[in-house]
Ligand binder design. Structure first.
Ligand code: ATP
Ligand code: MG
Length: 434
């Protein structure tokens, strides 16, 4: 039997992983410059956490969760990161320790969706959450931060869509206005929308079904229903975005797929790259009621999540080249131990080294060195080692010379750095965008 990865879940092979590390590094650095600190929560939570925070009549909760029963407890693989962050915020009484918390996370999420380009069952999100700041300046900064990050990553065709859906009273007022618009068209809606009509009409605005989209055309605008305080928040948000020079469009129909949002909502899309229909790179918004809803204090919050696979599809810039390295070719069993020690010395100085421990003639060693992609090759022969020297070959220049064993590591590192100034500084992951 030939095993395969679970449908909609992908391996990320070493050849691709450099792009992931680069993206993760850029995200972390940006987030930390804005004062966010990383939080890591478990992949599993009690099912009820997601039902309560995301909302019972959302696509995620209705049909996308991986849920299972384990000794009387219903557990779910996290479909997103905000609910877990808010749960941790409440559980550890973070509000009592600091007035404002800025957290970021990065990791796999799970949703049982139909797999297609840009849509998977295990996918990676990176996201930020701000607890304790009612905005709107924080809202504007977070949107601008995302926009600048995507620009830095070289993503073209960026569009920022912004909307406000107000607080609970505004939502209730809007719900009634929307129901008045949709009820007469109920028969034209998709079956799914019909079943949701009374329970959660706002969800219908987010439907991808053409029948629902047609019925929603001409629906009243949420922005016209904003209360005075919601409107003031919305206008200050726009003022701050203008001051920051963030280009954005107001999209009155933007409601997004999760029930927990209040006031500010936003999405960033790209019209370039290989994205196709799944062109939303990141989405987020304010969720002022969630912390309280989970049994915590009345603390406002805002956050976003971005999908790493989609961002990688949108990033057209070529990958960073791999680290240049030195191949160590010991000739004979006694030379192998010297090679192991010398390779470790090179790595301790911050450069990449690989020992060929398979044995063989000098000819086959050199053939392997050539095909390995190494820049340099150190040949360690037993008689030369007895004299305290090694042979260094520059594999691209086809030159060779002898040098003292004790200088070998330092010399190799100098040569590698001359080829690529980042050979050492990149330290594999940190700083790979340098
Ligand atoms: P969509 O409308 O595309 O289903 P969503 O509203 O469900 O997106 P969010 O829950 O807000 O998305 O997640 C934020 C981001 O995470 C999305 O903009 C997208 O980049 C990414 N994302 C969401 N679901 C998936 C998935 N199944 N596979 C890959 N990326 C995803
Ligand atoms: Mg979705």
């Amino acid at each position: 039997m030939q095993f395969r990865a679970v449908k909609g879940m992908n391996d990320i092979l070493p050849d691709e992983v450099g792009r992931w590390q680069h993206l993760e590094h850029c995200f972390r650095r940006t987030a930390e410059l804005y004062g966010f600190r990383e939080i890591r929560t478990p992949l599993l939570e009690q099912t009820e956490l997601f039902v309560r925070s995301i909302g019972e009549t959302t696509d995620v909760v209705e049909k996308e969760m991986y849920t299972f029963q384990r000794s009387q407890e219903s557990l779910t693989l996290r479909p997103e990161g905000t609910a877990s962050a808010a749960r941790a915020y409440v559980e550890h009484s973070i509000h009592a320790q600091e007035p404002v918390s800025r957290w970021y996370y990065l990791g796999p999420m799970f949703r049982a969706e139909r797999p297609q380009r840009g849509r998977y069952r295990q996918f990676y999100q990176a996201g930020c959450e701000v607890f304790g700041d009612p905005g709107p300046a924080a809202d504007a900064e977070i949107i601008d931060m995302l926009y600048r990050l995507f620009q830095e990553l070289g993503i073209g065709g960026l569009q920022v869509a912004v909307n406000s859906i107000g607080g609970p009273e505004t939502r209730e007022r809007y719900r009634n206005a929307l129901l008045a618009h949709l009820r007469p068209k109920a028969a034209e809606l998709s079956e799914h929308a019909q079943s949701r009509l009374e329970a959660n009409p706002l969800r219908i605005l987010d439907s991808k079904d053409a029948r629902d989209q047609a019925a929603c055309a001409g629906a009243p605008s949420l922005l016209d229903q904003l209360s005075d305080t919601d409107r003031a928040h919305w206008q200050s948000l726009r003022g701050a975005l203008d001051a920051l020079g963030t280009p954005y469009q107001v999209e009155a129909g933007l409601v997004r797929g999760l029930d927990y949002y209040t006031r500010t909502l936003f999405e960033i899309r790209s019209t370039e790259g290989q994205l196709g229909a799944q062109n939303t790179l990141a989405g987020g918004g304010r969720y002022d009621g969630m912390v309280k809803g989970l049994g915590g204090p009345d603390v406002p919050a805002i956050g976003f999540a971005m999908g790493l696979e989609r961002i990688l599809l949108a990033m057209t810039r070529p990958d960073a080249p791999p680290l240049p390295f030195c191949f160590l070719a010991p000739i004979g069993a006694a030379a192998l131990h010297s090679a192991l020690v010398l390779a470790r010395e090179i790595r301790q100085l911050g450069c990449r080294a690989e020992v060929d421990g398979r044995g063989g003639s000098i000819k086959s060693m050199l053939r392997r060195a050539d095909s390995s992609g190494a820049r340099l090759c150190l040949v360690l022969g037993e008689s030369e080692l007895a004299r305290g020297v090694v042979q260094l070959k520059d594999l691209s220049q086809r030159s060779q010379h002898e040098l003292p064993r004790e200088d070998a590591a330092r010399f190799v590192v100098e040569q590698l750095r001359a080829v690529d100034p980042n050979a050492e500084a990149r330290s594999a992951v940190a700083g790979s965008d340098a």
